[in-house]
Ligand binder design. Structure first.
Ligand code: GLN
Length: 202
């Protein structure tokens, strides 16, 4: 790496353009990832939100599953948002019978955890790793993290309402995941943190 991290955005589903924009604003160059051979050229990867069962099927259909799993196992930094968090999880509490993940993050996630009636909501979260200003977190049919392994650092929990205390942002080494969608708010601090993680690793 020549000092400027080159970050791929998995481009099978979701807010690909918004993630590229946020990463570029945070000082990275970006590319889309759709083919296995493209994985070798990147310093980090973002997995956008979407629908994790569909994303899993598309990742397998595009022949990407094994190259992404190998890259994660050899330490590629990855940031997963919402369905991307589910794709990074080692365990899903209520997976569809044939649903697989890429894995790497020692967490159990619960899909659509906030309840079907709560399609989406927003909340200010205080995330120490991102500074004193709260982060406006946008949740869209979001998962939460049901439990975490020893190596996982909890970055944020829901702060009010029935779901107060539920874990919604985690980090394990070079793997970062949020239940919410920072790419839609114009606040690039989550992407900045990820670009820092990529810089420090490379
Ligand atoms: N509910 C979706 C899933 O299970 C995630 C929603 C999202 O990414 N916005 O994959």
């Amino acid at each position: 790496m020549n000092g400027i991290p080159h970050i791929g955005v998995l481009a099978v589903q979701g807010d690909v353009r918004e993630h590229r924009h946020a990463l570029e604003a945070a000082g990275a160059t970006t590319t889309t990832i759709r083919r296995p051979e493209e994985v070798a050229g990147i310093d980090g990867l973002v997995i956008p939100g979407g629908e994790s069962t569909t994303m899993d099927k598309l990742v397998r259909a595009f022949g990407l599953q094994s190259s992404l799993r190998e890259a994660i196992a050899s330490g590629l930094p990855v940031y997963g948002s919402c369905a991307g968090m589910i794709m990074l999880a080692d365990r899903i509490a209520d997976a569809r019978p044939d649903q697989e993940t890429l894995g790497g993050l020692d967490i159990t996630v619960r899909r659509n955890a906030f309840g079907r009636q709560v399609d989406s909501f927003e909340e200010d979260l205080h995330i120490r790793a991102l500074g004193p200003q709260p982060v406006r977190a946008v949740f869209i049919r979001a998962p939460w993290v049901e439990d975490v392994g020893e190596r996982v650092e909890v970055l944020a929990r829901v702060e009010s309402g029935q779901a107060a205390g539920r874990i919604v942002a985690v980090r394990q080494g070079s793997l970062l995941a949020t239940s919410f969608h920072p790419e839609v708010t114009g606040d690039h601090r989550v992407h900045q943190l990820f670009v820092e993680i990529v810089r420090n690793r490379s």
